[in-house]
Structures are given as structure tokens and as C-alpha cells.
Design a protein around this ligand. Structure first.
Ligand SMILES: Nc1ncnc2c1ncn2[C@@H]1O[C@H](COP(=O)(O)OP(=O)(O)OP(=O)(O)O)[C@@H](O)[C@H]1O
Ligand SMILES: CC(C)(CO)[C@@H](O)C(=O)[O-]
Ligand code: BAL
Length: 282
């Protein structure tokens, strides 16, 4: 596996893959890889002939008070995992290659970016959309894969790709979880042992609330009960726990179309997100 840090070398390496024939898949990441990322790589290998992974801790998607400086960085171990996973190339540009001095362009997706994570983390999705648009232009993949753990991010990227007529297929991969249900996440590494144990309340509260709503329970009362359960488990503050349209992410107060139940909450200093499907029963 080649590790590449300059645009010209990236284009030459991707041209080499293209010359060999077949499809190219891109799996964008911020590194500190875990089995969730490896599931994206494994799925990419079934969908394409060559897999390019990127590692870039994108400063433009972090707020001023967020964890950019402490975000886990372990490229050597990540590169070994990607090579074993069958990646052909690792695109790992330095910040000044991704954002050369004088850069002045932002990609902003209205609507779907504005609620939930967008409201809690102002500017976050502008940073995500801008860097993902650049990654698509740099690598020019046939298909790009993203995790459903970041459900709203996936919806934002789908909207952006459709609106900009980007010739790339966007594919979502189901959330990979630990045995107790907690979604795998690079930020789980911040949790103490006690916090890690308590954190399993998040997927349990979401799962139980989803089943209750599917069974006909009132949405507002169910979300209030789930909030209380998270608070009792030690979560706080809870940024949101919301039933939303699965595609547009607009809030729903009754289950009349395919939905997602999404939550973001802090356990100690660690902010965790998760979401589950909620489907109207026929
Ligand atoms: N548990 C998971 N299951 C499936 N996909 C995942 C999982 N965790 C992350 N991903 C996906 O991997 C890609 C890269 O994510 P990223 O590098 O930010 O990892 P992360 O674990 O989500 O990190 P963080 O803890 O910072 O949110 C994204 O498309 C993300 O949705
Ligand atoms: C898609 C992404 C790589 C863009 O920086 C990031 O938001 C992530 O890792 O989910
Ligand atoms: N996985 C989402 C990236 C972020 O939280 O910035």
C-alpha cells in the first residue's frame, strides 16, 4: 500500500489503478481506525476493484472549543490496518496540502445540515461538505462509503453529491457495535472504564424508544422517558434525542414515514452520537 501526501502523486497513483481497470472506491476517515472503519473497507472491496482510504483530521469541521488538538492520531498503526484490509492507497495529506494558503471556498448544504449536529456544532457540516467535496475531486472515485453511525453526515453528503452532480455513488454501511451495543467510535477511547460501562445506556435507550414508537407509543412521551433514562445513566448534557425524517432530518412528532431516532449526549467530557432506524409498521 502506497502512502501519498501530495496531489500530483495522488493523481498519478489513481491513474495507475485506473489503467489496471475496474472501479475505484474511496473510504474517507479521520484515522484512529477501529472495526467500524474496517467494515467500510471490507464493503468497499466487495463493491470496487481498488480501495483508496484517506486519513485527514479536518480542522474545518471542529469548533473552536472542540477536540482538534487531542483527536487521536496514530497513522503508523492505521496504515498497517489498512494494508491488511486490502487498501491500495492511503491518501494522507498535510493540512497545507488540503487547504493551501489563500483558500477561500466553502461548500455549504442548507436544510439537512441545519438541525441536530448542525445546530449543536455550528459550521461542522460546512467543514465536512468542503473536505468531502475536495476528497471526491482529488481521488475521483466511482463509489464512496460512509458509516450510518454518522447518519446526518451521510444525508448531507448524499444531498451535496446530488446537488453538484458529482459522478460518485454514495454508499452507507450499517453501524458496527461492541458486544454491549455501544457504537464503535474513535472518541470512545476518551471514556474511563466507568464511563464506558455507563455509555451502553445510549444504544439501549435508543433501541427501546424506537421499538416503543414503532409499537404506537406517543413520540414526545417516549423521547422524554429516553432522556430521563440517559440522565439517570450519567449522560449530560443531552444535546438532542429526536425522531427525524430519515432523508431530510426534519423533526417528526409522529411516525408516518421512515424515520431515524438520533441522539447526541455527553458522558463526562466525551460527546457520543448514535442513531437507529424507526419504521412505520404496515
Ligand atoms: N461504528 C461504526 N460503524 C460504521 N461506520 C463507522 C463507525 N464509526 C465510524 N464510522 C464511519 O467511518 C468513517 C470515518 O469516521 P471517523 O474517522 O470520524 O471515525 P469515528 O469513529 O466516527 O470518529 P469519531 O469518534 O471522531 O466520531 C465515517 O464514515 C463514519 O461514519
Ligand atoms: C467524512 C469525514 C472523513 C470528513 O472529514 C469525517 O467527517 C468522518 O470521519 O466522519
Ligand atoms: N465522525 C464524525 C466526525 C466528527 O465528529 O467530526
Amino acid at each position: 500500500m502506497q502512502i501519498i501526501r501530495e496531489i500530483k502523486a495522488l493523481r498519478e497513483a489513481v491513474a495507475g489503478l485506473r489503467a489496471a481497470g475496474g472501479k475505484v472506491a474511496l473510504v474517507p476517515t479521520m484515522g484512529a481506525l477501529h472495526a467500524g472503519h474496517l467494515a467500510l473497507i471490507a464493503e468497499a472491496r466487495t463493491r470496487a476493484d481498488h480501495v483508496v482510504a484517506s486519513i485527514f483530521v479536518n480542522p474545518r469541521q471542529f469548533g473552536a472549543s472542540e477536540d482538534l488538538s487531542t483527536y487521536p492520531r496514530r497513522e503508523a498503526a492505521d496504515a498497517r490496518m489498512l494494508e491488511e484490509g486490502g487498501c491500495a492507497l492511503l491518501w494522507a495529506p498535510p493540512v497545507d496540502v488540503m487547504y493551501p494558503q489563500g483558500n477561500a471556498t466553502t461548500v455549504s448544504v442548507s436544510g439537512v445540515s441545519e438541525t441536530l449536529e448542525g445546530a449543536s456544532r455550528p459550521g461542522h457540516f460546512d467543514g465536512v461538505a468542503t473536505v468531502v467535496a475536495k476528497l471526491f475531486t482529488q481521488v475521483a472515485p466511482d463509489i464512496a462509503l460512509f458509516g450510518e453511525k454518522d447518519w446526518q453526515q451521510l444525508a448531507v453528503i448524499r444531498r451535496m453529491a446530488a446537488d453538484l452532480d458529482l459522478p460518485v455513488e454514495i454508499s452507507g454501511v450499517p453501524t458496527q457495535r461492541d458486544a454491549d451495543g455501544l457504537a464503535l467510535s474513535s472518541r470512545n477511547a476518551y471514556l474511563s472504564a466507568d464511563e464506558r460501562r455507563a455509555a451502553r445506556a445510549l444504544p439501549r435507550a435508543l433501541g427501546d424508544a424506537a421499538r416503543a414508537i414503532e409499537g404506537g407509543a406517543e413520540v414526545a412521551a417516549t423521547l422524554a422517558a429516553a432522556t430521563e433514562r440517559l440522565t439517570d445513566a450519567g449522560f449530560g448534557p443531552i444535546d438532542y434525542i429526536t425522531l427525524a425524517d430519515a432523508a431530510t432530518l426534519s423533526a417528526m412528532d409522529r411516525l408516518d414515514r421512515p424515520a431515524r431516532l438520533l441522539a447526541a449526549a455527553r458522558m463526562g467530557t466525551t460527546r457520543l452520537i448514535d442513531n437507529v432506524a424507526v419504521m412505520p409498521q404496515s
